[in-house]
Design a protein around this ligand. Sequence first.
Ligand code: TXE
Length: 480
Amino acid sequence: MKRISNYIDGQLVAPNSGKYLDNIDPSRGEKYGEIPDSDASDVQAATLAAKTAFPMWSKTSREERSRLLLKIADLIDANHEMLAQAESKDNGKPIKLARKVDIPRASANFRFFATAILHESSEFHRTDISTINYTDKSAIGVAGCISPWNLPLYLFTWKIAPALAAGNTVVAKPSEITPMTAFLLSELCIEAGLPKGVLNIVHGLGQKVGQAISEHPDIPVISFTGGTATGKQIAATAAPMFKKLSLELGGKNPNIIFADCDFEEALNTTVQSSFANQGQICLCGSRIFVERPIYERFRDAFVQKVKQLKVGVPSDEETNLGAVVSEGHMKKVLTYIDLAKQEGGKVLTGGNQVRLQGDYAQGYYLAPTVIEGLDFNCRTNQEEIFGPVVTMMPFDAEEEVIMMANSTQYGLAATVWTQELNKAHRVASALKSGIVWVNCWLLRDLRTPFGGVKNSGVGREGGWDALNFFTEKKNVCIKL
Ligand code: TXE
């Protein structure tokens, strides 16, 4: 039974309350560890440690900050398999996904920002012969970083790395549903020699620990990734305090497939964009629009491939879909499948819980599900399900599919499949989303702006956007 600790002021410590929450292994549906049931007093201790460390850390040279963050990246790589196993067990995702995506991206996040700060420059404006301006960029202070359960270490480090690289100290909260790799990261930070108080990790419930971070007066900047509803709560708390906010929220992403697409490429990638990580990636394409001339051919070929996907034990190399993250989430997804049927949807494959044998009989497994026959503006097609469920709809005209694609409250990502260049640019321009992939999905260049519009969030992560978010700019104007 693995009981993990908070990481505060360089130490692994118990929660002040002495209370713990169960940590469940979703592949077996059973408790396998305990996490601190922390509260505002633990957040206060973490914030004090971060505040105390800030003068030192913000004055540490960028070369030294870079060296330490690169050391952490090296330690993540050196512990790649252990971290991948831990991530797969905690989240339910297939081990091959954790090995290939989650853990390599966690070290890449540290490497990217550790090296970016070595090349950062600022601005100079000459007003006239005797007046010059320079932009002085400095760290803000204690940054609050709150992350979700779907890509635990990947998204946790996506916030922490730029915050630390920019010279801030951090109070971070991983999801209570998947805390393990954040805990293992704290051990690696100690091994790397990260000075005490620079990074603090407080485990526990969102309403207690997350809320305490959002409302703490000494945490002036918050970076959050998670559900739109939670994003609203954090904004409602932080906005009146004039905190700087970055919110990466939900999605209901359209996947638009024109008749002139590269059929095989679109087909194979759509299987991935529909069901990777059990559909628990906010970038997944959950609404598939197919131009009518190829709708039936694509639908039948897609369903055929989906039927071949293996739902299985996450530790099995052959598994394509592991367990969804929790019993509650499994029930939520099943409720949406029932709703889809009530709204007139026809389940072409899946639509059911999957019962494995033996030790895994109580795990949270769902069959990859494809539904057609729904209206584009029914609830199933408007609300985020965040599970292995996609809908398929035919379309006739470009204007029609753009209207349907843009019809939800979300605007995070979209995919467009066409071999006509002008159409690709035209459709990408018309789509209301922060990211558009053309003839690909989830190709990520960390320098690019990442984020959504509408209810998918506020602000952009990645590249200079992330470093600028975690710094304050001051214009100094000098009359010579
Ligand atoms: O979110 P939650 P989840 C979205 C995804 C889905 C959801 C899944 O689309 O909707 O997030 O993640 C903490 N004050 N994205 O269920 O519940 C909570 O403890 C402060 C989009 O985890 O919002 C956890 O640590 N914090 C994203 C974190 O918030 C609170 C990519 C997220 O929890 C809190 C990934 C509160 N009141 C998921 N309540 C993207 N756009 O990139 C909870 N928390």
